[in-house]
Design a protein around this ligand. Structure first.
Ligand code: G3I
Ligand code: 9MR
Ligand code: ZN
Length: 546
């Protein structure tokens, strides 16, 4: 039977609205919840594309603007339901923010705020410094990274950065209330989003060694079995320091300082001094110190090929926050090193633009965001804007190659493909809102969101609790064992991955189109895990959209 795919959460009244049919275009109608027809149209044949492998037609019903709940019907196919309304994304926004609360580690959840997703205090023991004869360290707190219970400095810093750049660019994030315990500050209470982010910042401060360097991660030696967090009692280890983690932490503390200073002077001063201490260590240790797991350990490695993008981000963030000329000189030097590195990478076939990289490994784009926030006229600012514009134009062009309007290529469907998409949407959002507005950027952003929320060949919304056919079985330890029917809402799935890098995923047929390399199965960590840094870019994108 034919399928009709669309954004299962819905649309704001004035936005573009479309459904994608995987059968020959035909007459269709939109019906309301009473079954009455409110709109009719004819779908337009688009054809086949590389990423879905389907021959699709597209129905554009942007002219339907009336509030309500609807379905699209054509031939014998009926879409999932969707809403139109000014506030359609309100629940989604609250849910994606509250996820960080549910992922808190330590003695942090209360029954009042966590409800049935409450768990007892976890990972409260001091951590052993791996391979060293040192005193164990208290690194309690922060957020669990993902479906596992590890806490990783670079991943945490990048997740915080997505959110805090969101706060800097789009102040509406400060108004989102998502029902977490209040945290007092000089001015009363912190806005919820800053209260939640402070949990991770406090933890990241504990990950900093006396000399300024930052431990790459704290985890057990191997991943825990499927147990509740409080039942994971294995010894915790602090693994080696890395220049990657040290640079990312220097950067994110500087960024945080410029936000928290409006609420709590002492806390901002502490962030500033930790940031500068990390930066000083970096300057005194100019050689890259990358990270690899010790033999036999299988928790997340978060390995990166270079630390130049991290040093570039750090210099840019410290320059933006503290203004010293030395940081500016460092930016220029790291920029030139990164350009040279990218030239070499090109020879090996890597085409990604380093200066728009917003992931856990490629972070130079975060530096570019700091340079844009500094907004100091000159070549550096212009160059960064040009990178974002060029990348946005490339994405718009890509989106024209498939009926979904999705700005992704086949090679983007890797582990965490939904983050590949969300990073692209962050670039488009930044360009559209902060550099130059173009309708086609906006359309690419909404099409990307449509894809994430159900307008895809799997007919699934990749955000739990949001959409009639939202995925329900994330690779997430508490969900696997807590006997609660549904996972908490607002979790973003990693999404389709042509690499099929876990045992269960390998049972899928080998010749699937990229968009179909997905299974909503709890065992599929390479297709269906969740992480803090898959939620955080969506927070940025939604803040830009609302
Ligand atoms: O960079 C290459 C690219 O050049 C190549 O074309 C492409 C094709 O395979 O692969 C790219 O590398 C991928 C890399 O991520 C960078 O994106 C690898 O294939 C892919 O296996 C790797 O996946 C990472 C995964 O850990 C395994 O290392 C995910 O991004 C990362 O999100 C995930 O992180 C895990 C933590 O280790 C542990 N906690 C859960 C978390 C989420 O699953
Ligand atoms: O659950 C782990 C997940 O969080 C990680 O992303 C993944 C890759 O590091 O590993 C998962 O743990 C698996 C382990 O690596 C191998 N044995 C099975 C575990 C999952 O059931
Ligand atoms: Zn924990």
């Amino acid at each position: 039977m034919g399928k009709i795919y669309l954004n299962q959460v819905g649309f704001t009244p004035d936005s573009t609205k479309k459904a994608v049919f995987n059968f020959e275009g035909d007459d269709y109608k939109v019906v309301n919840s009473n079954g009455e027809c409110v709109y009719t149209g004819k779908a337009v044949h688009f054809g086949k594309d590389d990423i879905s492998g389907e021959d699709v037609s597209v129905a554009d019903f942007s002219n339907l603007k009336e509030n309500g709940k609807y379905n699209v019907i054509s031939k014998d196919a009926k879409s999932a339901s969707f809403s139109i309304g000014e506030n359609v994304y309100e629940k989604l926004m609250k849910d994606i923010c509250k996820c960080f609360y549910y992922l808190r580690c330590g003695d942090a959840l209360t029954k009042e705020f966590a409800g049935k997703y409450y768990h007892k205090p976890c990972h409260m023991t001091k951590a052993t410094v791996y391979g060293e004869d040192a005193e164990p360290v208290d690194v309690t707190g922060g957020w669990h990274d993902a479906g596992d219970f590890g806490r990783y400095s670079t991943a945490g810093a990048v997740a915080v950065a997505h959110i805090l750049y969101g706060v800097r660019f789009f102040e509406n994030l400060l108004d989102v209330k998502f029902d977490i315990p209040a945290v007092s500050c000089d001015k009363g209470n912190l806005p919820d989003i800053l209260a939640e982010v402070k949990v991770e910042l406090d933890f990241l401060m504990k990950m900093q060694r006396q000399d300024g360097a930052v431990w790459h991660k704290v985890t057990t030696f191997n991943h825990a079995p499927f147990v509740m967090p409080e039942d994971d009692k294995e010894e915790l280890f602090l693994f080696a320091v890395s220049s990657l983690a040290t640079a990312d932490i220097a950067a994110v503390f500087a960024l945080a300082c410029s936000i928290y200073k409006d609420y709590d002077k002492d806390y901002a001063d502490k962030l500033a001094s930790c940031s500068k201490k990390a930066y000083k260590w970096l300057k005194e240790n100019p050689d890259e110190l990358l990270f690899y797991n010790p033999d036999g350990s299988n928790t997340g490695q978060y390995d990166e090929a270079e630390d130049i993008s991290n040093r570039f981000w750090a210099a840019s963030a410290l320059y933006e926050a503290f203004g010293d000329k030395d940081y500016y000189e460092d930016i220029i030097r790291e920029k030139e090193r990164l350009e040279a590195f990218s030239e070499k990478a090109k020879e090996k076939g890597f085409t990604a633009d380093a200066f728009t990289g917003l992931g856990w490994a490629e972070v130079a784009g975060l530096g570019a965001l700091s340079i844009m926030l500094k907004n100091e006229e000159g070549d550096l600012l212009n160059e960064m804007k040009k990178h974002f514009e060029a990348e946005s134009d490339r994405l718009v062009n890509e989106a024209k190659k498939n009926g979904f309007g999705l700005c992704m290529r086949a090679e983007d469907f890797i582990w965490g493909s939904n983050m590949e998409l969300l990073k692209y949407l962050m670039v488009l959002t930044t360009t559209d809102k902060k550099i130059v507005h173009k309708d086609e950027y906006k359309v690419a952003i909404t099409s990307g969101l449509d894809y994430l929320l159900g307008c895809n060949s799997m007919d699934v919304s990749y955000v739990t609790g949001n959409g009639e056919k939202a995925f329900k079985n994330p690779h997430l330890r508490p969900t696997a064992v807590d006997d609660i029917e549904e996972p908490w809402p607002g979790l973003v799935s990693g999404g389709p991955n042509t690499g099929l890098q876990d045992e269960k995923a390998r049972e899928l047929p080998k010749d699937l189109a990229p968009m179909k390399c997905y299974l909503d199965d709890i065992a599929c960590y390479s297709l269906n895990e969740i992480t803090i840094y898959w939620n955080s870019p969506l927070v940025f994108v939604m803040a830009g959209l609302l």
